[in-house]
Ligand binder design. Structure first.
Ligand SMILES: Cc1ncc(COP(=O)(O)OP(=O)(O)O)c(N)n1
Ligand SMILES: Cc1nc(C(=O)O)sc1CCOP(=O)(O)O
Ligand SMILES: [Mg+2]
Length: 399
């Protein structure tokens, strides 16, 4: 599949004008109409739109729509320069849906070349066969990880320094992508809700999900053991709208019927739930299926059954799931080594031990799934953000 990614390089983030009016007309008349995606920053979007003021996320949405009318299939307006925003907010528009992609802003002078790297990374992901939304999310996380990795580098005398694109060569992870809609890097920070905890802290499940996404959660599972079916469906539908606005997949714990009824992105099932092969038959090939595994044999069966990923735990003892067997870091490593599927670690994980989990150095361990360290806390967004920073520091998950 040939695809054209156009980065309309005209004004750098630092304000340098890089292209004159003749280039502008080439962009408008020739390149935009044939692009699969364009990736302007705020100043470039404004230049393409005759000087339109862009100061808020709503302005970015309007700009994305207007730019889309000029011919590209997708528009990514990058909000890195948005005033008064603690997050890096980008808007992706494909002519049907808007996706608000947020990541915590990394403060560093080493940001030279981030725009070019983002566009190149999107091109690489699209060339691998990924759909545009996945490509943009992976590229954004690559840039974010590289920025964080490079934030202390001290090279050069200019106002901006370079960032280190080659961090991946220094990390242990080797990508093992499969050509399917599920993107294993979504397992990076897996937030699993718990109705009792949310009730205890007086928040709705919808507020909890929103806060987790704002803090940097990359996939959500609704694990609502006490909910009535009707209530569960209604909150699942509302959560799905929020998740999709941010390009974050939403899975349902245990209840394949609820997942089907609200068209969620998939399910997570355990060894005593509906077998994954039956869930696959009911859900079809596109939906995501995760299976809890504590042994290599279970991991092999999950793969045979057509699962997409494995949840392996308890890595540490947990109070969230009664009578759960703790497999420890060794058990996790054994399952990772045996598994042909990506793995997310679960059980007793939080900011204090997430790094140790990721440092078992298994290339298919893509992230951590967490309940109480996010949801049995006063501020879900703050706790998620802290965990996100720890995971970024451990240099994993963005492959
Ligand atoms: C990501 C993830 N991993 C494991 C589990 C546990 O699932 P299960 O064994 O079915 O237990 P319950 O969560 O249903 O109590 C999970 N939910 N998510
Ligand atoms: C839901 C679940 N499954 C586990 C497993 O080992 O399969 S451990 C667990 C609970 C995880 O909660 P917390 O992050 O609060 O420890
Ligand atoms: Mg279950």
């Amino acid at each position: 599949m040939a695809a054209l990614v156009v980065d309309p390089v005209m004004v750098s983030t630092s304000g340098d004008v890089l292209a004159g009016p003749s280039i502008l007309s080439t962009f408008l008349e020739e390149l935009l109409p044939m692009a699969d995606i364009i990736t302007p920053n705020l100043k470039e979007a404004s230049a393409l739109l005759n000087g339109m003021q862009l100061e808020t996320v709503d302005d970015m949405r309007s700009a994305a729509r207007l730019l889309h009318n000029m011919g590209p299939k997708n528009v990514l307006v990058k909000g890195g320069d948005l005033p008064d925003s603690s997050d890096a907010v980008d808007i992706l528009y494909n002519g049907h849906n808007f996706y608000e992609l947020r990541s915590p802003r990394i403060r560093t002078r080493n940001s030279h070349g981030t725009g070019c790297s983002l566009a190149s990374s999107i091109a690489a992901e699209v060339a691998k066969g990924y759909p545009m939304l996945s490509a943009v999310k992976v590229a954004k996380r690559f840039v974010e990880t590289a920025l964080d990795y490079s934030k202390e580098i001290d090279i050069g005398n200019g106002p901006q320094g370079p960032f280190d694109h080659l961090l991946r060569l220094k990390s242990h992870s080797q990508a093992c992508h499969r050509q399917q809609p599920f993107d294993p890097s979504d397992l990076f920070l897996y937030a699993v809700t718990d109705s009792r905890m949310n009730k205890r802290w007086g928040r709705s499940i919808i507020d909890a999900v929103k806060a987790a996404i704002d803090g940097g959660a990359t996939i959500i599972q609704l694990r609502e053991k006490d909910a009535e079916t009707k209530d569960f469906m209604e909150s699942a539908k509302a959560c799905l709208r929020i998740c999709h606005l941010h390009g974050v997949p939403l899975l349902i714990n245990d209840r394949v019927d609820v997942a089907i009824a609200c068209d969620a992105d998939g399910v997570h099932v355990g060894q005593s739930d509906m077998p994954a092969r039956v869930a696959r038959t009911l859900l079809g090939p596109e939906k995501i299926i995760g299976v809890s595994c504590k042994t290599p044999e279970q991991a092999e069966q999950a793969w045979v059954d057509g699962a997409d990923y494995i949840g392996c735990g308890g890595v540490y003892p947990t109070n969230t799931k009664e009578n759960n067997i703790t497999v420890g870091l060794n058990g996790l490593k054994t399952v990772c080594m045996a598994s042909k599927l990506p793995v997310v670690a679960i059980g007793g994980i939080g900011v204090s031990n997430a790094r140790a989990v990721m440092e078992i150095c298994a290339s298919n361990l893509k992230g951590v799934a967490v309940v109480s360290a996010l949801f049995d806390r006063e501020c879900v967004q703050t706790e998620t953000r802290k965990l996100h920073e720890v995971l970024l520091g451990s240099n994993i998950g963005s492959t």
